[in-house]
Design a protein. Structure first.
Length: 229
């Protein structure tokens, strides 16, 4: 609860924004054409998010069914880049040309401050304003199928590495990749992939993972206004 000033609560009574709390909001939308097929060098897509800020990356396919690996990393010029490694792949985008991905980046700062409206400040820095589009995160659990296949969504790619000892004396390393993609019409695709190295590897059973996503109609309709574009 804020000790001073104005605060915003959700309908369920939870605190949403105040001068003491910074919600994650949409700070960038990027449409990127990706070459079809295997890339020999990979690709870094420049963003406007400072390296020092925390950020969450979601992506969706715009025009073709495809899938990639992607992550936000610190860039050399002080701003984060979307790294698409050399082993990116496409599912059925064809053999030539490009397919388009829309990236949605959420972070803990205000990317554009309008000339009027409500705003929250902390230490003379704006932390939220009425023009912001807040993160509305949703999820479903694998291996269940997408419960809302007709709702256009952007998904978060996830990577987890850990050491597993499922068999006495084993020193195997288990790698789990939640490689979710999307169809242009809405459904989330993909399934967890796991591999291992070392002796006495883990079982082949797939782990239970969560697909994190946002429904994009809200952001697609208002991001230009929100970001001052």
């Amino acid at each position: 609860m804020s000790k001073y000033g104005m605060a915003i609560q959700r309908a369920d009574g939870r605190w949403f924004a105040s001068p003491e709390f910074t919600p994650y909001v949409l700070v960038s939308v990027i449409d990127q054409a990706i070459p079809v097929g295997q890339s020999s060098t990979g690709l870094n897509v420049q963003t406007s998010v400072p390296n020092g800020n925390k950020a969450l990356l979601f992506h969706r396919m715009v025009d073709k069914k495809a899938g990639i690996y992607c992550q936000l990393i610190n860039g050399a010029n002080g701003y984060k880049v979307i790294n698409i490694p050399a082993y990116m792949s496409d599912a059925s985008a064809g053999t030539t040309g490009t397919f388009t991905i829309r990236f949605y980046i959420f972070s803990n700062y205000v990317a554009y401050s309008p000339r009027y409206g409500i705003a929250f400040y902390r230490n003379n820095v704006m932390v939220y304003c009425g023009n912001c589009l807040p993160l509305q995160l949703k999820f479903f659990t694998t291996p269940n199928t997408d419960p809302t296949p007709n709702v256009v969504k952007a998904v978060m790619f996830a990577f987890t590495g850990l050491t597993s000892n499922p068999i006495p004396g084993s020193s195997a390393t288990l790698t789990v990749v939640s490689g979710w993609g999307t169809l242009p019409g809405g459904a989330a695709l993909g399934a967890p992939y796991q591999s291992y190295s070392g002796s006495g590897g883990p079982s082949t059973a797939k782990p239970t993972l969560t697909c994190l996503y946002v429904e994009t109609a809200f952001y697609d309709a208002y991001y230009r206004q929100s970001l001052g574009l």
